[in-house]
Design a protein around this ligand. Structure first.
Ligand code: NDP
Ligand code: MG
Length: 390
């Protein structure tokens, strides 16, 4: 199988290449893509010999080209966001791992869907922004969509293979959440949280953006929206439960109140390996659960005073069309502003709630509308940061 990895230098990208390295005979790398991390990309090219390496940043592309040349490596460098489309739609590519962070990942994910590829989707922002249009592109292009987000992979593994029976059998989807680093912190002190504290997740090692999202639980809000689109369930059929040990990765409750769950150590190589091998199973490199060491599995209801952002998922899904797109854009700006020291941690929610509540903009009917709405919401969020930030 020829695979393109979008965002290969990130947390999911490197875990994907780790799994691929265990199955070198069966999976070949067609292309790798990154934004700026030239040296990581250089090492990946030396190890996996892709035909193409894309750097979306032009200066990084120039540097990579000269370094590849001086090391005598044959990988060809392509530059810019358009090249991402070329390396997913190429007829030689069978599978695409979509692991770019943020809405920047939507155009290539959508192109892979339209081109009918096997699409391993880690980039949740692209389905939150793309919504039904994204699902329609998957259906229209005849693509196979395999969720990589651990919760959605767990649900996918707990559901029957035939999606046509899902609607008549599912009662609800139960998404588990670790609760992140601030699960037990006094909500009154959340205004003092530093970026360093916010990115230090207790159970998972991830990129900076999703780590902050986990600390606010906006990650779970995005996952509620993601589950709604992936599994065709109504917003009120989705429930979130805090499970600090991150052993149960999510569950499906059926009409008869039987609950099916997927368990494992918290290691993204498990959902990645399943995405690569589905419907078969291959080794992932993850360690097995040791039940003799598991003292207790505990569950809590999320405290909305500590995690007010969680509620925004239902507000967005039950409100006017385009709410999810607005929420995602606001959150990307808010997280970036927090990491750059422009706003406090608790102000991330203020930005998101304010932008989501803004009315009077277009009801998106097309992808162009969605990108217009995305840009509009980003401008609103940036304006908020300028007015209220430090
Ligand atoms: P990282 O920040 O670790 O990696 C992001 C990747 O995207 C890097 O390769 C980066 O390149 C590239 N990139 C960043 N900005 C752009 C851009 N504007 N255009 C093109 N490429 C870009 O993120 P993660 O791997 O943690 O997350 C990736 C996605 O997967 C996110 O959507 C996240 O929500 C989702 N996900 C992640 C999980 C995890 O465990 N990490 C779990 C579940 C979902 P460079 O390195 O050069 O900057
Ligand atoms: Mg997840």
């Amino acid at each position: 199988m020829q695979l393109t990895v979008l965002g290969s230098t990130g947390s999911i990208g490197t875990s994907t290449l780790d799994v691929v390295s265990r199955h070198a005979g069966a999976i070949q790398i067609f292309a790798l893509t990154a934004h700026r991390q030239v040296d990581v990309m250089l090492r990946q090219c030396a190890q996996f010999s892709p035909i193409f390496a894309v750097m979306t940043d032009p200066e990084a592309a120039r540097q990579l080209e000269s370094k590849l040349k001086s090391e005598g490596l044959a990988t060809r460098v392509l530059v810019g966001p358009d090249a991402l489309i070329d390396v997913v739609t190429d007829a030689r590519v069978q599978a695409v791992m979509a692991s770019i962070v943020g809405a920047a990942g939507l155009p290539p994910s959508l192109a892979a869907a339209q081109a009918g590829k096997r699409l391993l989707l880690a980039n949740k922002e692209s389905i939150v922004l793309g919504g039904q249009l994204f699902i329609d592109a998957v259906k229209g292009g005849g693509a196979t969509l395999l969720p990589i987000d651990s919760e959605h992979s767990a649900i996918f593994q707990s559901l029957p293979e035939d999606p046509r029976v899902w609607d008549s059998r599912i009662d609800k989807i139960i998404l588990t959440a670790s609760g992140g680093p601030f699960r037990t912190r006094d909500p009154a002190t959340l205004s003092q949280v530093t970026p360093q504290e916010a990115v230090a997740h207790p159970n998972w090692s991830m990129g900076r953006k999703i780590s902050v999202d986990s600390a606010t639980m906006m990650n779970k809000a995005l996952e509620v929206i993601e589950a709604h689109h992936l599994f065709g369930v109504k917003p009120e059929q989705i429930e979130v439960v805090i499970h600090p040990q991150s052993v149960i990765h999510s569950m499906v409750q059926y009409r008869d109140n039987s609950v099916v769950a997927q368990l494992g150590t918290p290691d993204m190589r498990v959902p990645i390996a399943y995405g690569l091998s589905w419907p078969e199973r291959i080794t992932s490199g993850a360690s097995a659960l040791d039940f003799s060491q598991l003292n207790a599995l505990t569950f809590e209801t999320p405290d909305l005073r500590r995690f007010p952002g969680l509620q925004l998922a239902w507000d967005a899904l039950n409100g006017v069309q385009g709410g999810s797109a607005k929420l995602n854009a606001a959150n990307e700006v808010a997280v970036e502003s927090f990491l750059n020291g422009k706003i406090r941690f608790d102000q991330i929610h203020a930005v998101n709630a304010e932008v989501l509540a803004q009315e009077g903009h277009i009801q998106p009917q097309s992808l162009a509308d969605l990108f217009e709405l995305d840009a509009w919401a980003r401008a609103m969020a940036e304006d908020w940061v300028v007015r209220h930030g430090q």
